[in-house]
Structures are given as structure tokens and as C-alpha cells.
Design a protein around this ligand. Structure first.
Ligand SMILES: Nc1nc2c([nH]c(=O)n2[C@H]2C[C@H](O)[C@@H](COP(=O)(O)OP(=O)(O)OP(=O)(O)O)O2)c(=O)[nH]1
Ligand SMILES: [Mg+2]
Length: 136
């Protein structure tokens, strides 16, 4: 089975809230909340794809992106390879560029959102990371 390379950003604001967007109901995994991101295009580096997707989808310019985790997930009809980055430094105001609602959510709210199955370990990593930062 072919696998799809995807770059994803966990964007964190100064209040410790996380940016999520609602996937278009017509897309695969539609109607679920996601972290902004998308497919790495041919000839692109993962971090280039990340910068492009964040600009396209939520209008943010990344100042610093740190690898958080990488994982692969088998959705049956497709396998995705997700490279997830922690983005605590960025420029701009998040806006819903592609018409899908976006939200800044607390860690508690994040835990309760309906997300694609691949996202469970991502949410866990985000909670660990936020807790570690809160303890500093
Ligand atoms: N962006 C994003 N994709 C996710 C998440 N979790 C998850 O399983 N995925 C999967 C769903 C898709 O199969 C793939 C990402 O594809 P995408 O639809 O966002 O790609 P894209 O932005 O390039 O969109 P398109 O133009 O190809 O429609 O990764 C997530 O949190 N964010
Ligand atoms: Mg996308």
C-alpha cells in the first residue's frame, strides 16, 4: 500500500491553547477536528510543506517549528506518515482561510474533541508537553 507523507503543526499560543480546524465533511476523515497541515508535495521538504500548509490553511507564518513526534497510521484504504511539529513561535493571527471553522482550545477541550484515529498519540504528546512547560 502506498503511504502518504503529511506535515502537521501543533500551534500553541501564549495562553497554552492549541489551534484546531474542522475538516471538510466531504474529505476523508471529514467532520473531525484536526491540527492544520497536509500532504507533502513532490520535491518538497517536510518543513517546507508545513510552512506552506500553515500559511494556506490558517494564515500563520512559522518562526520556529520543533519536531514533536512522527507516526504512521493505517486507515485501511490509505496509510499516512505523519510528521508532527510543535510551533510555539509564529507570526500573524490565525484565520480560517479555507472556510473551515478554526478554534483555539484548552488541553481539556482538546482531549474531548472528535479527531481522526491517528491523532490519539498526538493529543497525548501535546498534553505531556504542555504539562512539562506548566511545571517549569
Ligand atoms: N492535516 C491533518 N491531517 C491529518 C490529521 N490526522 C490525520 O490522520 N490526518 C490525515 C488525514 C489525511 O489523510 C492526511 C492529511 O491530508 P489533508 O487532507 O490535510 O491534505 P491537504 O491539506 O494537502 O489537502 P488536499 O488538498 O489534499 O485535500 O492526514 C491532522 O490532525 N491534521
Ligand atoms: Mg490539510
Amino acid at each position: 500500500m502506498q503511504s502518504i507523507q503529511v506535515a502537521i503543526g501543533v500551534v500553541v499560543n501564549e495562553k497554552g491553547e492549541i489551534l484546531v480546524a474542522l475538516r471538510d465533511p466531504a474529505q476523508e476523515q471529514g467532520g473531525l477536528w484536526e491540527f492544520p497541515g497536509g500532504k507533502v508535495e513532490p520535491g518538497e521538504q517536510t518543513t517546507q510543506a508545513l510552512a506552506r500548509e500553515l500559511a494556506e490553511e490558517v494564515g500563520l507564518e512559522i518562526e520556529q517549528a520543533e519536531p514533536l513526534l512522527s507516526l504512521s497510521h493505517d486507515y485501511g484504504e490509505r496509510r499516512v506518515e505523519l510528521a508532527i511539529f510543535w510551533i510555539a513561535r509564529f507570526r500573524g493571527q490565525a484565520r480560517a482561510n479555507e472556510g473551515n471553522p478554526i478554534r483555539w482550545v484548552s488541553p481539556q477541550t482538546l482531549t474531548g474533541l472528535a479527531m481522526p484515529a491517528a491523532n490519539q498519540p498526538i493529543v497525548s504528546a501535546v498534553l505531556v508537553r504542555l504539562a512539562a512547560e506548566a511545571a517549569r
